[in-house]
Design a protein around this ligand. Structure first.
Ligand code: ZN
Length: 385
């Protein structure tokens, strides 16, 4: 009897776990991690940062939008201390603040936060690229397409997860990921890189979206080595069944994808590229400051590469921001010299503080001040010509 009960209980648990995997982040690997035990971190070897000079041009040809999911000023400050008092983000001379609240909630989720940044419309939590009433709204990416620019999205989460989907897709439910994935087909996005492969093949509707994309002329890759060999055309990279593993396990795939995007998207009419440091958020939810820092470091290394590229190009606007902060992270002790921090987390969810906007390149000064996340989007849109 006892055995049967145990079996039933574990079967029920498995169903619950499967449902969780299907609907959101793959937390299964970290299920035995206890919240609240990783509040200290020390970095042995800091990475080198770059220095760039301001550009003189007033012409915006390319826009690169770098979003740290769940990256508030505290996350950045923690990373800055741990890297010995320097980050590539130190290069920005123009800073602003973005208010992140959603249409229906003070504390936003990623889908409403991302929709506001992508489309200039505050909407309800759970909504992807649609307004409060569920009507589709045009993202900066699609607007840039209409202006004849190439476009790209590069993330380390599922490509059909909230933030990237906000730029490409429309849905009144972020959990309808199979539908959302299918919207990439025919979206015309030139460069797509992330995780979430299980929503693209082996689908209930029998469609194989990877094959459909290949038929549309996309080169498909699923390893870093393959990615590096592509030098032209449209690219679809799906590097994990769900979210990619933590940065220390997955390697520099996000960095390499961002660099490859710059190579493939650069063209006479310009491009719009969104890169997300997706997992800064995940580790804020799980109260793992070390993982938060490592994800932020990779994001900041991408910022460094993008800034160097933009400096050389001269006509590229670079914006760094976040959709919200996560975890109620507070830096309470540490040492810049010893590259160590002690922090406190106050919530397992997001928190409602104004998040930073950093700007570099032509018209960077337009982004000073404190404004709504939707206004950030409008500011960028005005500069896409
Ligand atoms: Zn988010």
């Amino acid at each position: 009897m006892k055995k049967a009960l145990l079996f039933l209980l574990s079967a029920a648990f498995c169903v619950a776990a499967a449902a969780q995997v299907d609907q959101g982040r793959d937390l299964s690997k970290y299920a035995d991690d206890k919240f609240g035990i990783d509040d200290q971190y020390t970095v042995a070897t800091p990475y080198e940062t770059v220095t760039v000079s301001p550009v003189k041009s007033k012409k915006v040809k390319n826009v690169i939008l770098l979003i740290g999911d769940g990256m508030g000023l505290e996350q950045i400050s923690v990373g800055w201390v741990l890297n010995g008092g320097r980050l590539n983000m130190d290069n920005f001379r123009v800073t602003g603040g973005s208010r992140t609240y959603a249409a229906d909630k003070l504390i936003t989720d990623s889908s409403a936060g991302g929709t506001a940044i992508a489309a200039g419309e505050k909407t309800r939590c759970g909504y992807i690229g649609v307004d409060e009433n569920g009507n589709p709204v045009e993202s900066l990416l699609h607007y840039a397409q209409r202006k004849g620019k190439k476009t790209g999205v590069v993330v380390s989460c599922r490509i059909n997860d909230a933030t990237p989907a906000d730029f490409v897709c429309h849905s009144d439910d972020r959990h309808k990921e199979a539908d959302i994935a299918a919207q990439y087909v025919g979206s015309g996005v030139d460069f797509i890189s992330g995780g979430g492969r299980q929503f693209w093949e082996g689908r209930k509707d029998g469609r194989n979206l990877i094959e459909e994309m290949k038929a549309l002329g996309y080169t498909f890759v699923d390893t870093d080595e393959e990615l590096k060999q592509v030098h032209e055309g449209k690219l679809l990279g799906l590097f994990a069944p769900l979210d990619m593993p933590p940065v220390l396990d997955r390697g520099p795939i996000l960095e390499d994808s961002a660099e490859k995007a710059l190579e493939l998207l650069d063209n006479r009419k310009g491009f719009f590229l969104m890169v997300e440091g997706s997992q800064i958020d995940d580790w804020g939810h799980r109260h793992k400051v070390g993982h938060v820092a490592e994800e932020l470091f990779e994001f900041d290394r991408i910022v460094g590469k993008v800034l160097q590229w933009a400096e050389k190009d001269g006509h590229t606007l670079v914006i760094v921001t976040a959709d919200h902060a996560t975890g109620g992270l507070t830096l309470i002790d540490g040492s810049i010299e010893d590259r160590t921090v002690k922090v406190h987390f106050s919530t397992k969810g997001h928190n409602g503080i104004v998040v930073p906007v950093f700007a570099y390149g032509p018209h960077a000064e337009d982004f000073a001040g404190v404004y709504e996340n939707a206004e950030l989007s409008a500011k960028i849109r005005r500069l896409i010509k």
